[in-house]
Design a protein around this ligand. Structure first.
Ligand SMILES: [Zn+2]
Length: 363
């Protein structure tokens, strides 16, 4: 019995791990719920400065989790600069450089340039740079995201059904093993799994190839885990969803999947970040700084134009908040943290000056 119990605990731990998804610091997670989505910020999730783990729910196929990163590169006439450090010294590369992808990395002249978060993302960015696309086009394309969502739902459907069968096995098999003992039940349980795993693996392979044609390396690894690990098999549909909306701005994703409040909240957050950028980290050269700033100004323009087209005045998302506690005198216009000091810089956003809070009598 001890053997069965420890096996069950290991299986449960592996399953819970398969329900977690890493969300990088420059991405927003969107977890669907009845009638909308919940926007998950990595900084509010368990993790570290590089990102956080989101929990996609215990029962598969009931909720979907999409991870939506921002463009990992900045572009202007001078060239292309990484917007993430990733341990690679940030430097502007000319447009003439040969941009390719290897795994989740975008390479410039064969050297690691920037981590794009996923293999498909790296390929998409490398291809866009090769055709001199400034990495903003398509971020706010409403028709394209609608078509992509339809495609993802349609293509992933058979995998969701097969995953649900794998999940049922995952619940029933340990119960049977505990009740009748592993010695008496292991063979029928393995035979049952052998009937579930191959069709699921084939369906997963086909759907992955359809949705992420460029991610061959990732597909190989994922197909292996889905085939060999029942917990991963039960979560196979989540793997298809995770990076399916890569390439669209989080504000557009919030608008399409969420309600008006979620859209305003996510759009407001990105608007504040772009309007109040922090000072650069030590070691970033002037050229990189200029390219990143020029790119962010264009991104800000595109976001504001998108908001206006959606009938939202960007200024309405930037109003000063009221004091959350007595004694708070100012707030950070970038991260909204409130401060007892009336002036100075935000302790979390280097170089961003605090601004006065809304007067309590103003409403
Ligand atoms: Zn701040």
């Amino acid at each position: 019995m001890i053997g069965e119990t420890s096996l069950l605990l290991v299986l449960a731990a592996v399953y819970v791990a398969a329900c977690l998804r890493w969300i990088r610091a420059d991405a927003v997670g969107f977890l669907t719920r009845r009638g909308g989505v919940e926007a998950l910020r990595p900084e509010r999730l368990p993790g570290n400065a590089r990102g956080g783990f989101a929990f996609a729910g215990l029962v598969p196929a009931t909720r979907r989790l999409y991870v939506c990163p921002l463009p990992p590169v900045a572009t202007d006439e001078a060239g292309v600069a990484p917007r993430r450090a990733d341990g690679v010294p940030p430097a502007v590369r000319p447009w003439e450089a040969r941009f390719t992808a290897r795994g989740p990395w975008v390479l410039a002249e064969g050297q690691r340039f920037v981590h794009a978060g996923s293999e498909a993302g790296a390929r998409r960015v490398a291809e866009a740079l090769a055709r001199r696309d400034g990495a903003i086009e398509g971020l706010f394309d409403r028709a394209a995201i609608g078509a992509r969502l339809d495609e993802v739902r349609r293509v992933a459907r058979p995998v969701r059904v097969a995953s649900a069968v794998a999940f049922a096995w995952l619940v029933v098999a340990p119960a049977v093993a505990l009740r009748f003992g592993l010695v008496a039940t292991w063979l029928p349980l393995i035979v049952a799994w052998a009937a579930i795993a191959p069709p699921l693996t084939v369906l997963f392979f086909r759907a992955h190839k359809r949705l992420h044609p460029a991610a061959g390396e990732e597909r190989f690894a994922r197909v292996l885990t889905v085939c060999l690990s029942p917990p991963e098999a039960a979560r196979a549909a989540d793997t298809l969803d995770a990076h399916a909306l890569d390439g669209f701005h989080p504000a557009l994703v919030a608008q399409v999947l969420g309600d008006d409040a979620t859209f305003r909240e996510v759009a407001g957050e990105h608007l504040r970040r772009l309007r109040h950028p922090p000072t650069f980290e030590h070691g970033v050269g002037d050229e990189t700084r200029a390219t990143v700033r020029a790119f962010e100004a264009r991104l800000l323009g595109a976001l504001e134009a998108h908001l206006r087209a959606a009938g939202v005045d960007p200024q309405s998302l930037l109003a000063a908040p009221p004091a959350l506690e007595e004694g708070m005198r100012a707030y950070c216009p970038r991260c909204l943290a409130q401060n007892l000091m009336a002036e100075g810089d935000c302790p979390d956003c280097p170089g961003v000056a605090l601004a006065p809070l809304r007067d309590a009598g103003a409403d």
